[in-house]
Write a protein that binds this ligand. Structure first.
Ligand code: SDX
Length: 428
């Protein structure tokens, strides 16, 4: 098949660039030679039209509201698979056979404990430190403890580091919560599932046995799966960019955690619940929707809108269903869920949101579930980071193994001062 090209007509002449097809989704214009041939850069703040890499891990069709992990639809994975299965799928490309899953699960289980000295690392934080501040610090500090898995040129060390990161994030997150409430750290228990172990380390105490509630365990499993990976989002791009310099995997994941913290990204789940609480009652919704539409008001509906989804975020649908199940299981009603449902209905029938294609995203309902289970609001993004570590690690491994990868180094449109001579302070 002859290569398709796109031609750019410029004052200096016409230049053709290859059109590269993917297995599905938009083609890309390969402009790697553009600057060398034309002396011009492309300009795309926020990378709205830019593919930074090729990847086989996650495919999103924003218009159709489709999310596939290695080809499997997110709703099927959320309903039928375990988080360990999804982790294996993201890392290795196919659903594991029973023996492969058992071996992988066993490997992860035996990396869940932290080096004991890391527990003292927590004591350097104030008790009221935000859990994401602790996650950034402790995950970055892992590179000071696990020197036998920081050589990124060694595939075995990359694999061990990947397993350690996936295995230790629940322990680190649970310890951040325990530290904030002054309770003792709870060690992992190997006979529990990945999710059950996290629940016990978070809500269990040494003074009594902790029984994992299977409905809550399943809800957390689904929440972890829904947050596992999402193509080249801001935090994943941060991990890839950090990794492109050859930084060790622990430092790269710490960079991803820092980026995820922002309220426009992973911090939106915490911001969305705080917003729903501020609205407080369905009678106040119209006022807040009006604020969200007012160009002069910086207020936005947190948990609404998405860079890629211009349709309903498929994860939000599963999240809404899970919220109903968890509240029913716990025999709780939450007025905030009533506000969320009414807000969604009003917003989705409002011309502004329809025209701008703003729908609820993954963060809109997640906080209601996490709050019902007993997590404080400031733990929500730490849970997002815990789950997204699987995706970050898979994307980092893909980037490192990509023969085309090189250090990421964007250029700019310079609009500053042109050259001028220094003026001594006595003459200014
Ligand atoms: C995540 O990228 C990923 O995949 C992220 C994520 C993942 O899994 O990794 O899916 C997780 O981060 C989900 C998004 C969570 N963030 C929020 O819920 C915060 C609220 N949402 C917005 O801040 C916003 O929608 C973004 C940041 C998510 C997307 O912003 P874009 O793509 O840059 O779109 P934009 O800001 O240019 O908005 C387009 C228009 C603007 O109006 P105009 O300037 O064109 O007139 O829509 C408006 C915006 O003002 N708009 C909103 C809005 N979101 C966008 N107006 C009111 N409320 C909102 N929530």
């Amino acid at each position: 098949m002859t290569e398709q090209t796109v031609t750019l007509n410029t004052a200096e002449g016409d230049f053709s660039y290859p059109l590269l097809p993917g297995s599905v989704g938009p083609e890309v214009i390969d402009i790697r030679k553009l600057y060398g041939q034309t002396g011009k850069f492309t300009y795309d703040p926020g990378f709205t039209s830019t593919a930074s890499c090729q990847s086989a891990i996650t495919y999103i069709d924003g218009d159709q509201g489709i999310l596939l992990h290695r080809g499997y639809p997110i709703d099927q994975l959320a309903e039928q698979s375990t988080f360990m299965e999804v982790a294996y799928l993201l890392l290795h490309g196919d659903l594991p056979k029973k023996s492969e899953l058992d071996e992988f699960t066993n490997t992860i289980t035996y990396h869940t404990m932290l080096h004991e000295q890391l527990a003292t690392f927590y004591r350097g934080f104030r008790r009221d430190a935000h859990p994401m501040a602790i996650m950034c610090g402790v995950v970055g500090a892992l590179s000071a403890f696990y020197h036998d898995s920081t050589d990124i040129t060694d595939p075995n060390q990359r694999l061990i580091a990947s397993h350690r990161l996936i295995a230790k994030m629940p322990t680190i997150a649970a310890m951040a919560f325990k530290y904030s409430i002054g309770q003792p750290f709870v060690y992992p228990k190997n006979e529990l599932s990945y999710t059950g172990n996290f629940l016990r380390m978070t809500f269990g105490v040494p003074a009594e046995e902790y029984e994992v509630n299977p409905v809550i365990e399943s809800a957390m499993r689904r929440i972890f799966i829904l947050h596992a990976d999402h193509e080249q989002n801001a935090s994943t791009s941060t991990v890839r960019l950090a990794g492109s310099s050859g930084a060790n995997p622990f430092a790269c994941i710490a960079a991803g955690i820092a980026c995820l913290w922002g309220p426009a990204h992973g911090g939106a789940n915490e911001a969305a619940l705080n917003m729903l609480r501020e609205i407080g009652d369905v009678k106040n919704i119209k006022h807040y929707v009006a604020r969200a539409k007012d160009k002069d008001d910086p207020f936005r509906l947190m948990g609404f809108g998405h860079r890629v989804y211009k349709n309903y975020d498929p994860r939000a649908k599963v999240m809404q269903k899970t919220a109903e199940e968890v509240l029913k299981e716990l025999g709780k009603s939450d007025p905030v869920l009533d506000v969320a449902r009414e807000l969604e209905q009003i917003a989705l029938s409002d011309e502004y949101f329809i025209e701008k294609k703003l729908y609820p995203n993954v963060d809109f309902y997640s906080g209601i579930i996490l709050n019902a289970i007993g997590f404080p609001t400031d733990m929500f993004t730490a849970l997002f980071a815990l789950a997204r570590t699987v995706g970050w690690v898979a994307q980092w491994n893909e980037m490192i193994s990509d023969p085309e990868q090189k250090i990421g180094r964007p250029r700019q449109l310079y609009v500053g001062a042109t050259q001028r001579d220094y003026v001594p302070v006595s003459e200014r």
